[in-house]
Design a protein around this ligand. Structure first.
Ligand code: ASP
Length: 355
């Protein structure tokens, strides 16, 4: 792939003290209105014209742009591989990484990268904007500038946030705990089941107890084998056996994230349980996550979830759907047996689950 590389002319007065690689994938942040009033990606090399303050930062900034920036609704496993590859190949040359990404699927991408970048020991900060950089009231400037600061923040010479995060609207969230919850307001992301890693006010207040610690012996490995023979099935009152059975007989399907009610409850009718049992016996992995944004799946808490446990549905505990479906793709892509995948789904790979 032919990436466009741009070195921005930043000229901090006391010399450049840190370096960041920005990976520009697309999304609203980097878009401008064309003559017809539609949003189209703009040439990211012109970013200094849009955010002149970047030239005063004491940070050496390089931008690698996807050759064709995408609306994040078009993100695929190939784009995840590209993002991980760019970070992996440039890992030793930068203090931190900022990934500019559309908000729609940012939580999926941040979750996936948190698994693929095994042994990560530097900040990878996803950010974007609700309004394009060219708009008067855009949130792009604040999101980008603070992300750059977080990506280079150090204590005792080590990065403060050596993990994959999302920074948006003053909040730094663990990437695999975040969820897009707003399409209109600026506070687009929430992390109901894990505390924010930092809040940016007059100073950036880091919640060090919640951040994964820096570990000097870690070595980055790019685990880029993914298997997307998975699906998300959201339960709704009135769901029929026909729907369930035809989903479970999709050729090649290996894993299903089942979005259940409340603390992991589902219909307890015989046809429903029989259908799940048959699918699991055939080898399908079914992972139970809740439709609620907060709380956790506790299989067996209610009568209506006891049977799920009995037929072999795996509990997703407090994982988001975004973290769960990407984890399934990731684990199925590795060289694990079915039972290893099931076991690892319930364990924390990179802080996505309270095991
Ligand atoms: N549709 C856009 C995207 O996800 C929205 C955004 O950037 O916020 O790429």
């Amino acid at each position: 792939m032919n990436y466009k590389i741009v070195r921005l002319k930043t000229s901090g007065k006391i010399g450049k003290t840190a370096s960041v690689l920005i990976v520009y994938t697309g999304g609203t942040l980097g878009m401008a209105y064309d003559e017809s009033g539609s949003l189209v990606p703009f040439n990211f090399g012109l970013i200094l014209e849009k955010i002149p303050i970047l030239s005063n930062l004491n940070i050496a900034i390089t931008v690698i742009s996807f050759p064709e920036p995408i609306d994040s609704s078009n993100v695929t496993t190939r784009h995840w591989r590209d993002m991980a590859y760019i970070i992996y190949e440039n890992y030793d040359s930068y203090d931190g990484f900022v990934v500019l990404h559309g908000t729609d699927t940012m939580a999926y991408s941040a979750s996936m990268l948190s698994y693929m970048l095994h042994g990560l020991n530097k900040p990878v900060i996803f950010t974007g904007a609700q309004l394009p950089i060219s708009a008067m009231r855009s949130d792009a400037r604040e999101n980008l500038v603070t992300s750059l600061e977080i990506a280079t923040a150090k204590v005792n010479g080590h990065p403060i946030v050596p993990e994959v995060c999302i920074f948006f609207n003053h909040m730094l969230l663990r990437g695999n705990r975040a969820k897009k919850v707003q399409s209109i307001h600026f506070d687009a992301f929430e992390s109901e089941n894990y505390p924010p890693l930092a809040e940016a006010g007059i100073v950036i207040d880091y919640n060090t107890n919640a951040i994964r610690p820096y570990e000097s012996q870690k070595k980055l490995v790019n685990l880029n084998q993914l298997d997307n023979n998975v699906m998300v099935l959201k339960l709704f009152p009135g769901i029929t056996d026909k729907i369930l059975d035809s989903c479970f007989s999709i050729p090649g399907l290996k894993g299903v994230v089942l979005e259940t009610y409340g603390s992991g409850n589902s219909p307890s009718e015989e046809w429903f349980m029989k259908s799940l049992e048959k699918a699991i016996k055939k080898g399908l992995i079914i992972l139970n996550v809740s439709q609620c944004n907060g709380g956790r799946v506790i299989q067996g808490r209610y009568e209506t979830s006891k049977e799920l446990l009995a037929v072999g549905v795996v509990s997703g505990a407090d994982m988001t759907t975004e973290a769960a479906v990407t984890k399934l793709m990731f684990l199925l892509g590795q060289d694990y047996s079915r039972s290893e995948v099931c076991a690892k789904l319930t364990q924390s790979l990179s802080g996505e689950i309270t095991a």
